[in-house]
Design a protein around this ligand. Structure first.
Ligand code: SF4
Ligand code: SF4
Length: 367
């Protein structure tokens, strides 16, 4: 435990001490069983528990000590603040920790600059006759494949490096040298793909009327699987290009286009639904000062999907050149902001689930 603890760490420590005596919520999610394995809560324990929490809200509506009770127990909000603090605590490079406090601004700036770079770049370097001509969907007549792959490859490598360092810091802190098995990764993968702990104890996440609903989990699934399908589409297209020499554009019923289209629809439906739910959700359950982090991320996913589908629909027209600039600018903005925005929650949560799977298997009690 550090001498200068943040207010969020102090608050979660206080709440976990109360909850550990009460234990009423132990069947709701992974947080409470993990809490019960501990008597005291070091900073790393709190960062681990905060990233296990899926912010379903069930423990707030079930709690007999939530406001106006004098104990003022609000686990979802305290966990949300501690979780967002943890992203800043472990981020690489460390001097960028503050970007999580002004995340909407950061994402907007990165996207605006990326959009401007592509639009200005196309106008300056592409022959206007080619830029506004119809090319039967052949993007590489506007921007050569190697230039496109080079720009996104460098940004992707940077993001991977930033993730690797941040997540290694987190993992070393929460796990130390405790033994982990392959089956723990398997269990965590199953919990991730099912969103096991977004059930809120069975009924789903608590909404604005305090009634549980499966909507948040459903829209989260649309978003997650939409993202994975778009990733699969890009991976298959890369394989086609480099392994088989099959160049884009691909036919409407080719595998990359089918995967990308279904994924794109998921990334329209999921983020739109999550945004609508977040507008109606009781703010008492959230980190009110950093709600823009989630909003910026789902807005970016929505825009990437929308511009991608528009590009596909209009790829044979004269609008293709300018739509390509808008889509690539949006994708670049998303890529640049990935290590410094809401996207990281999935990676931190996955590692917390691996740790939880190992603890549960070992039946450990950590004193
Ligand atoms: S959230 Fe409330 S009811 Fe649930 S374990 Fe903690 S103190 Fe008990
Ligand atoms: S908000 Fe949901 S996931 Fe988080 S601690 Fe409470 S019950 Fe568990």
């Amino acid at each position: 435990m550090t001498a200068n603890r943040s207010p969020a760490l102090i608050e979660v420590d206080r709440l976990m001490t109360i909850c550990n005596a009460c234990r009423y919520c132990e069947g709701l999610c992974a947080v409470f069983p993990a809490m019960e394995m501990r008597r005291t809560f070091a900073d790393a324990d709190i960062n681990y528990l905060a990233n296990l929490c899926h912010q379903c809200g069930a423990c707030y509506s079930d709690c007999q000590y939530s406001p106006p009770h004098e104990f003022n127990v609000n686990v979802p909000a305290a966990m949300a603040v501690a979780r967002n603090d943890s992203y800043a605590h472990y981020v690489w490079p460390g001097f960028l920790a503050g970007v999580f406090d002004r995340n909407g601004l950061l994402v907007t700036l990165l996207t605006a600059l990326s959009l401007a770079a592509f639009i200005v770049g196309f106008v300056l370097w592409v022959d206007p006759a080619a830029l506004f001509a119809a090319h039967s969907g052949d993007f590489y007549r506007i921007m050569p494949h190697n230039a496109m792959a080079g720009i996104f490859g460098v940004v992707a490598l940077y993001a991977i490096l930033a993730f690797a360092i941040s997540l290694t810091r987190f993992w070393r802190d929460i796990n130390g040298g405790a033994p982990i098995g392959l089956r723990d990764f398997g269990r965590a993968l199953i919990d991730t793909f099912h969103l096991t702990y977004l059930h809120g104890g069975g009924g789903g996440c608590t909404s604005e009327d305090k009634r549980p609903s499966p909507s948040r989990r459903l829209f989260h699934h649309f978003t997650f699987y939409g993202f994975m399908l778009c990733f699969a589409s890009t991976s298959v297209a890369t394989l086609y290009h480099y392994a088989f020499g099959w160049k884009a554009p691909y036919a409407l019923f080719s595998l990359p286009v089918i995967l990308g289209t279904i994924g794109g629809i998921g990334l329209i439906v999921g983020p739109a639904g999550l945004y609508a739910l977040s507008r109606r959700r009781d703010p008492v359950l959230t980190d009110v000062n950093r709600r823009d982090m989630a909003t910026a991320f789902i807005a970016m996913l929505f825009l990437v999907a929308l511009t991608g589908l528009l590009l596909l629909a209009l790829r044979d027209t004269r609008a293709m050149g300018i739509l390509l600039a808008i889509h690539l600018g949006t994708v670049l903005g998303l890529f640049l902001s990935l290590p410094y925005g809401k996207f990281v929650h999935g990676l931190y949560r996955f590692l917390a689930l691996v740790k939880y799977a190992a603890e549960r298997r070992n039946g450990a009690f950590i004193d």
